[in-house]
Design a protein. Structure first.
Length: 416
C-alpha cells in the first residue's frame, strides 16, 4: 500500500511583523534614544574615571617629588648644610640667617615649578591618548549603531533598481530603526502587490484583446479578397482593417510595455551594432518612400540583455526618426559605440523644431509633439514609452535633446 504523501507545509513566516502588538511597558522599550544615552553617558563616565585616575597618579608623583628633603645638615668640625636639589645652598658659604631663608624659599619655588611643569606635560599626554582612544571607540560604536541604516540604504538602492522583491528583515532590538525597517518592508510589500497586479491586468487585457482583433482582421481580409464586393464595401473594409491594425499595435505595445517594466532575468550577449543594422533594414523601405536617407557607422558594442527587447529599442527610435522627419532632404543618423565603459546608441534626425520643454513629454504614453491622440497614422503613441521602459529594465538610461535646425538626438546608454 502506497504511503500517503505528507500535506504541504505552510511557507515560513517573515521575521518582521509590522502589525505586532504594543509591549506592556512601552517606557521600557530599548529605543535609540535610551541606548545612545546609556552608551555616550557610560563613555563619558569611563573617560572621566580614567582621566581622574591618571591625574591622581600624576599629582601623587608630583607631590612625592615636591616633598623630597630640600637640604641636609652634615655633621663635622663645622655645622654645614647641603642640598641635592638646590645648588644655591651648596655654593653659598657664611650666609646670614635672612640670606639662608631667602635661598631656601627660592629653591622651594623652583622645585614647585618643576613639579607643576611635569604634572602639566604628563596630563596633556594622558589627555591626548584618551582623546585618540575616545575617537576610535566612538567611531566604532557609531558605525555599529548606524549599521542598520546602511542596510536600509542598500535595500532602498536595490529597490530603486526595480527589484521590489528585496526586503530588509532587520533583526535586533525593538527600537526606532527596526520600526522604520518594518514599515519600509510593509510599504515594499504593498508596492510589489500593486505593480504585480497592474502588470498582470495589462498583460491579461492585452492577451484577451488579441483574439477578437485577430478574428476581425481575418474576416476583413476575407471580405476584401472577394472581387465581386462593391467599391464602397471595399473602401469601408480597408478603413476598418487599418483601424484594426492600429488597435493591434496598441495591444502589442501595451503588452510589451507591461513586460519591459520588469527586470530582465535571462541575459545574453547582444551586439548593439547588429541590432541597429536590423532596425535600419526593417525601416529602409519606409525611409526610401519618404525620401529619408539613413546613414551612420555601427561599431561593435556588446551588452548583456534580451535581444528582442533591445531590437525594439532601435526599431522604435529609427521608425520615429523616419516618420517625424522633414518632407525633403531628410536624413537619419544611427551610430553605436562603446564610450567610457558603456554601450551607446545614438539616433539623430532632421525634422520639425522641438521645444526643449516638450522633450520630456515625448516619453509619456499616448503623447506626441503638438498632435492629438487620435487622427494620426504615424503610430499609437507608445514607442518612446516602450523604449524608456526597456532601457530601464536593462539598467540603462535614455535622454533626448533638440537638435539645432530641427529634429532630435536620442541617446541610449547601457551597461556593458
Amino acid at each position: 500500500m502506497a504511503a500517503t504523501p505528507a500535506p504541504p507545509q505552510a511557507p515560513p513566516k517573515p521575521t518582521w511583523d509590522p502589525r505586532r502588538s504594543e509591549p506592556p511597558f512601552p517606557w521600557l522599550r530599548p529605543t535609540i534614544r535610551i541606548r545612545l544615552t546609556l552608551l555616550y553617558g557610560g563613555m563619558f563616565l569611563i573617560a572621566g574615571i580614567l582621566l581622574l585616575s591618571i591625574i591622581y597618579l600624576l599629582a601623587a608623583q608630583a607631590i612625592n617629588t615636591g616633598n623630597e628633603p630640600l637640604f641636609k645638615i652634615v655633621d663635622g668640625d663645622q655645622l654645614r648644610v647641603t642640598s641635592d636639589n638646590c645648588q644655591a645652598i651648596n655654593n653659598a658659604t657664611n650666609l646670614t640667617y635672612p640670606q639662608f631663608n631667602e635661598a631656601v624659599s627660592a629653591c622651594i619655588d623652583q622645585q614647585r615649578r618643576v613639579a607643576l611643569d611635569h604634572l602639566l606635560s604628563r596630563s596633556l599626554l594622558a589627555l591626548l591618548g584618551l582623546a585618540v582612544i575616545a575617537f576610535a571607540f566612538g567611531y566604532a560604536m557609531a558605525g555599529r549603531v548606524l549599521s542598520p541604516l546602511g542596510r536600509i540604504t542598500r535595500t532602498a538602492r536595490a529597490v530603486a533598481g526595480s527589484d521590489l522583491s528585496r526586503r530588509i528583515e532587520l533583526d535586533g532590538p525593538d527600537d526606532e530603526l527596526k520600526e522604520l525597517a518594518d514599515t519600509f518592508d510593509e510599504m515594499l510589500e504593498r508596492l510589489q502587490r500593486a505593480f504585480t497586479a497592474q502588470q498582470r491586468f495589462v498583460g491579461n487585457a492585452s492577451h484577451e484583446l488579441r483574439t477578437p482583433l485577430a478574428i476581425n482582421r481575418t474576416l476583413l481580409e476575407v471580405h476584401l479578397s472577394d472581387p465581386t464586393a462593391p467599391v464602397e464595401l471595399q473602401q469601408l473594409g480597408k478603413t476598418l482593417l487599418a483601424t484594426n491594425e492600429r488597435s493591434e499595435q496598441l495591444v502589442e505595445g501595451l503588452l510589451l510595455l507591461a513586460r519591459s517594466d520588469n527586470q530582465i532575468v535571462e541575459r545574453k550577449p547582444v551586439d548593439l551594432a547588429e541590432v541597429a543594422e536590423q532596425a535600419v533594414d526593417q525601416v529602409h523601405a519606409e525611409a526610401e518612400a519618404k525620401g529619408v536617407v539613413i546613414r551612420g557607422e555601427q561599431k561593435p558594442a556588446v551588452v548583456q540583455g534580451n535581444g528582442v527587447l533591445l531590437e525594439r529599442i532601435a526599431l522604435n527610435l529609427v521608425q520615429n526618426a523616419v516618420r517625424y522627419n522633414v518632407p525633403e532632404d531628410g536624413w537619419v543618423e544611427v551610430t553605436t559605440e562603446v564610450e567610457h565603459g558603456q554601450a551607446v546608441l545614438v539616433v539623430s534626425n532632421t525634422g520639425p523644431v522641438v521645444p526643449a520643454y516638450e522633450v520630456d513629454n515625448l516619453f509619456e504614453p499616448f503623447r506626441r509633439l503638438r498632435t492629438e491622440r487620435t487622427g494620426s497614422d504615424k503610430g499609437v503613441g507608445l514607442g518612446l514609452s516602450i523604449v524608456r521602459s526597456v532601457v530601464r529594465a536593462h539598467g540603462g538610461h535614455i535622454s533626448a535633446r533638440p537638435r539645432e535646425g530641427g529634429g532630435l538626438v536620442m541617446r541610449v546608454t547601457l551597461p556593458v
